[in-house]
Design a binder for this molecule. Structure first.
Ligand code: DON
Length: 310
């Protein structure tokens, strides 16, 4: 159920945030290691809040689709966890890495088991396992995002997928290295194709705030059915808080105080368990790959509303 609401208790807060951070969109740089993303204008900005009942509202370009990138790692994690349960944690850890999202350095010391599901190595393991279980990891992900957002128009951006595939040597290295430890089940080229399709999905702040709603509803989907147990929803929120912004996770927890997950398209989703979900978008990134204006907006949201997990 998706309810568009022009007014809500949060709307004045969002309007105030948009005014307060007006100077921030444009700071930082659009991701340039994927050439198709480099041309995205860093001055753009949108922010949406979805309430537990599917009411959604926002400010700025909150209906504008953007490249979801690593935000999708939250959804593949949930979809795989729902299918295989705790066995997943034998193949991927849940500790912060303290390293950049595409780092290789810990994998050899730790025998091909990635630190967490949100660094690229861990996300590749999750997508590999989801693909083994479903035969179409990126298709299952897209179907889930469409169902939860109520937006059947969500789709892959083939240009972004091709652009990332053409510059994907590091993810290929991660995939082959983990395969050498037996931690990847599919042929690495098949996995990489699934992964770049996953990352290329275009969705708006409204779509993503709605799609993440199950994390605020302790595992319950938009149609009232259960995706995750209450405990699994807690696990996903916990790993978002500790690992969702990579080597900036400590700073994000300090400033925002919510489970959150960023992507190099400039989006960040955040969860207030039991209350609402948020998504903010502005393509200018800091040096650790997180949206400068996005983090600032979430920081203001929790400060102004007092909503945080702490
Ligand atoms: O694997 C990559 O490099 C990208 N497709 C996703 C990276 C990403 O969004 C990291 N997040 N901040």
């Amino acid at each position: 159920m998706v309810i568009m609401s022009p007014s809500s208790a949060f709307l004045p807060v969002l309007e105030r945030i948009a005014a307060e951070i007006e100077a921030m969109p444009g700071r930082g740089r659009s991701a340039d290691y994927i050439p198709a993303l480099a041309s995205r204008d860093p001055r753009r900005f949108g922010m949406a809040v979805a309430e537990l009942d599917g009411t959604v509202y926002g400010v700025g370009e909150w209906r504008q689709p953007f490249s979801t990138q690593s935000i999708t790692k939250v959804f593949t994690l949930a979809l795989d966890l729902a299918r295989e349960g705790d066995a997943l944690w034998e193949h991927v850890g849940r500790e912060p890495s303290g390293n950049p999202f595409n780092s290789l350095v810990q994998l050899e010391y730790e025998n091909g088991i990635p630190r967490n599901p949100f660094i690229n190595a861990g996300a590749l393991v999750v997508t590999d396992r989801l693909h083994t279980r479903t035969g179409d990891a990126s298709g299952v992900l897209l179907g889930f995002l469409r169902a939860e957002s109520g937006n059947q128009d969500l789709t892959f951006d083939r240009e972004v997928a091709a652009s990332e595939a053409a510059h994907g040597d590091r993810n290929a290295a991660l995939g082959h290295f983990m395969a050498s430890y037996g931690n990847i089940g599919n042929p690495v080229p098949v996995l990489l194709e699934q992964y770049v399709r996953q990352c290329s999905i275009e969705a708006s702040c409204a779509d993503l705030a709605l799609a993440a709603g199950f994390l605020a509803r302790h595992g319950i989907r938009a149609d009232g059915t259960r995706l995750l147990t209450r405990s699994q929803a807690k696990q996903v929120n916990a790993v978002m808080l500790t690992c969702g912004t990579y080597d900036a996770a400590g700073d994000f927890a300090h400033r925002v105080g919510l489970p959150g997950k960023s992507g190099v398209g400039g989006g960040i989703i955040a969860v207030v368990p039991g209350r609402c979900t948020l998504c903010v978008w502005s393509p200018g990134l800091d040096e650790r790959g997180n949206s400068v204006a996005g983090v600032a907006a979430l920081d203001r949201f929790t400060t102004l509303t007092g909503l945080s997990v702490f």
